[in-house]
Design a protein around this ligand. Structure first.
Ligand SMILES: Nc1ncnc2c1ncn2[C@@H]1O[C@H](COP(=O)(O)OP(=O)(O)OP(=O)(O)O)[C@@H](O)[C@H]1O
Ligand SMILES: [Mg+2]
Length: 352
């Protein structure tokens, strides 16, 4: 139960819209929003997830009901935030975008919930980082659309139950396992986003190139797709880097040769691995004879935070079949040995 009073028992005015990081409308014309898909038709891949969502959206529209609460999980850059906006656009609704670290105090989440309108979407990124108090405020809001609060000074404290317009919460996380059971159970739709195939990434790249008015041929797009680690955010980032190189070297025209040259300079190999990925493989091969090695040890040697290694680097290395998670730590697979010709050798040198 949330208490809307401070330490001296003064009532606190809950500001509407406090801590909303972004409120998007269909007409937001900023650059990032320009390349970000707005409707399902532009949102490449994730086909089974899209089919499920399209049915839920149609059913909700027919019944004039809000959508069930939705939880998306999966590695960074796969399109969780984008998909949340797409869903709101498809429903013809507004979306408020915030993130769990911005909802530290009870009044943060209460402020947002009080500013919500019927049919709005609320997107909470990094939802696994929500604290217990904020979570408990969310439970009745998600389930029965009301807020349970106490208000007033110590002698006149009273409970109030404030209705919240029917809304849809979309949560996103890179760590599904870190979400509490009670919170997870309140989502009607839970979906994992998958890494994209090279063909799908090629479509993302061609779409971005056409928005940026770049000249790129099919093989050039495919060359970038192959090195985008299954991730649209990385694909878009690489398009911009390759564009810079092409402007200097080939009048801005991107073909396979130009793309490969630019990506070699960026030290991204044919598997999409960058310097840090290769260093991880190298450490396991070199220092731990192929593993197993604990994630903390690995992160310390790498000089990175263990969460970054676990959330950002490891999923793709596991997905590509280069490393394996075991109860005793991370191990290199025979496939990694084969691809990189590993025998206590320096991977950096074997690739180029
Ligand atoms: N399915 C897609 N089709 C085309 N472009 C996409 C798609 N998914 C994502 N993108 C592009 O990739 C970028 C990154 O996506 P987004 O920010 O939605 O990822 P995310 O999963 O929310 O990442 P994080 O976990 O870091 O918050 C977007 O700006 C968008 O342009
Ligand atoms: Mg996001």
């Amino acid at each position: 139960m949330a208490i809307i009073s401070d330490d001296e028992n003064n009532e606190i005015e809950i500001k509407k819209n406090d801590n909303v990081i972004a409120e998007e409308t269909n007409y937001d014309m900023s650059f990032e929003t320009n390349i970000r898909p707005k409707y399902f038709d532009d949102y490449v891949g994730q086909s089974s997830l899209k089919s499920t969502l399209k049915i839920s959206i149609e059913a909700a529209k027919k019944q004039e009901l809000p959508l069930d609460h939705i939880l998306f999980y999966g590695p960074p850059g796969l399109g969780k935030t984008t998909l949340a906006s797409v869903i709101a656009n498809e429903m013809g609704s507004n979306i408020k975008i915030t993130s769990a670290p911005a909802l530290e105090r009870p009044r943060d989440i209460i402020g947002i919930l009080m500013s919500i309108k019927q049919g709005d979407f609320l997107f909470i990124d990094e939802i696994h980082r929500l604290n217990k108090v904020s979570e408990e405020i969310l439970y009745p809001a998600m389930e029965d659309f009301y807020l349970d609060m106490t208000t007033g000074k110590s002698q006149t404290l009273k409970s109030v139950r404030i209705p919240v317009p029917k809304f849809t919460l979309i949560g996103a996380t890179t760590k599904a396992g870190a979400i509490s059971g009670p919170l997870r159970d309140r989502f009607g739709i839970i979906h994992r986003l998958e890494f994209y195939t090279e063909e799908e990434l090629k479509l993302v790249i061609e779409r971005t190139a056409s928005i940026l008015d770049l000249k790129i041929d099919e093989k050039g797009a495919m060359a970038i797709a192959k090195r985008s680690r299954g991730t649209p955010r990385i694909a878009n980032r690489l398009v911009k880097r390759v564009r810079d190189y092409a402007i200097v070297k080939s009048n801005g025209i991107i073909n396979e040769k130009i793309a490969n040259e630019a990506l070699d300079i960026l030290q991204i190999d044919k598997f999409g691995l960058d310097y840090t990925d290769r260093t991880i493989l190298n450490i396991i091969a070199d220092k731990y004879n192929g593993g197993p090695v604990g994630i903390e040890t690995l992160a310390t040697i790498l000089g990175e935070d263990s969460k970054t290694v676990e959330d950002v680097y490891e999923p793709y290395l596991v997905q590509k079949g280069f490393i394996q998670r075991t109860p005793r730590g991370r191990k290199l697979t025979p496939y990694a040995y084969k691809c990189f010709n590993l025998k206590n050798i320096d991977i950096q040198q074997s690739l180029f």
